[in-house]
Ligand binder design. Structure first.
Ligand code: HEM
Length: 359
């Protein structure tokens, strides 16, 4: 009989403690994995944004890439021609309002307009039923690299050298030398002569996506936004002018709306769908979906585009992401950038504060 003054633990208690211990350790390991502590070399959205922020400098409240920009407003007038390939309501005939943003790449919102030969256009289409399509496009034919890891490595390799404030040419050369997929981008950039205007540019999705038609059929596409009025003149800005892009846009919109055609380029079998560093041959089928009409602008400091995250994975029914790993990495990185900049705008504790303010 058991001595009542010295009770033995009930059978199985050790086993139960073991299960609890395992659950605690398992949870800690899961946190460690998700938080990246177990794999410090793994690329996380934070790590990606840290390198962009290190290269562009600390500019509280601004995007960590494409920091210098301007908001625009307007509409998309669909001609109905894409409706056979996508069930998205946006592509039925009719007009849909949009909130847009033009920008130049880089993390410094005070950079001169000539600091990058690339301009960008971002659009958010707001459909009557509450669905949205968000897209960010660059005026260039291909992306330099195929993977988020290589985009990170490119940013590390081209980081400004503290001694000169410019990228170290040897490191940049070593990166490009060991990444042959950057060839088409380097070829383009060596000859790029960007116009001194956002209005004269052709903007491209670069990443491929799928359209899904009403019968459930998938179509791999990239899209491009092509100006209705071809550019005139050589487009060079006046010597010493560093703010010509916004000034030109304001002047052009004061004279009337600016128009682009939203064109979808269809892949042939065998075209690379998941690699934005590879162009498709020129002869691919193109469907003109309608006209982007921009008729107003607002400063980004308080305009409607300020707090928009142009996340490329936000798509209406009838459009889907492809397997291109850059699309989901963009989604995660834009969220991290958005969280930082909106937290700074809200002066939340622990965030970077604009100069001259107290947390
Ligand atoms: C892994 C690759 C990429 C990374 C990490 C990256 C990162 C970023 C970040 C952090 C922003 C600022 C987001 C915000 O705060 O709202 C941004 C903006 C932008 N990116 Fe990317 N990007 C990548 C690839 C691309 C590609 C392939 C394109 C293709 C066209 C692109 C086009 C744009 C555009 C247009 C904007 C400006 C959006 C706006 O005006 O708000 N990016 N990018």
């Amino acid at each position: 009989m058991q001595d009542p003054r010295n009770p033995r633990p009930p059978t199985g208690l050790a086993w139960r403690w073991g299960v609890i211990g395992l659950a605690v350790v398992g949870t800690a390991v899961a946190f460690g994995y998700v938080g990246g502590w177990l794999a410090p070399d793994r690329l996380s959205p934070k790590k990606m944004i840290n390198v962009l922020q290190a290269n562009g400098g600390d500019h509280p409240g601004y995007r960590r890439n494409h920091a210098k920009g301007i908001c625009v407003g307007g509409r998309f007038e669909s001609n109905g021609q894409l409706a056979a390939f996508s069930s998205a309501r946006l592509f039925a005939s009719g007009s849909t309002p949009l909130v847009g943003r033009f920008a130049i790449p880089g993390g410094n919102p005070q950079a001169p307009d000539s600091s990058a030969p690339i301009r960008s256009m971002a659009l958010r289409f707001d459909m009557a039923d509450g669905e949205q399509w968000r897209t960010g496009m660059n005026a260039m034919p291909v992306f330099p690299v195929s993977t988020p890891q290589d985009f990170y490595a490119l940013n590390v390799a081209t980081a400004p050298d503290p001694a000169t404030g410019k990228p170290n040419p040897d490191k940049a050369k070593a990166f490009f030398g060991s990444h042959p997929e950057t060839g088409p981008f380097l070829m383009w950039i060596s000859q790029a002569k960007p116009p001194a205007s956002y209005v004269d540019e052709t903007y491209r999705s670069l990443n491929a996506f799928y359209l899904r038609d009403a019968a459930g059929q998938r179509h791999a596409v990239r899209w491009q936004v092509v100006p209705e009025t071809p550019s005139t003149g050589d487009g060079s800005p006046a010597a010493g002018d560093t703010e010509y892009l916004a000034a030109d846009l304001q002047k052009r919109l004061a004279a009337g709306p600016a128009r682009w055609h939203l064109q979808f380029v269809f892949a042939n079998d065998g075209d690379p769908i998941d690699d934005a560093s590879k162009a498709w041959p020129e002869d691919r089928k193109v469907v003109d979906a309608g006209t982007i009409v921009l008729d107003s602008w607002q400063p980004q400091a308080n305009g409607p585009c300020r707090d928009v995250n142009y996340d490329p994975a936000i798509l209406p029914h009838g459009m889907e992401i492809s397997g291109d790993p850059i699309i989901v990495a963009r989604s995660a990185a834009y969220a991290e950038s958005y969280l930082r900049r909106t937290s700074e705008e809200g002066h939340l504790p622990g965030t970077l504060q604009p100069k001259g303010t107290t947390p």
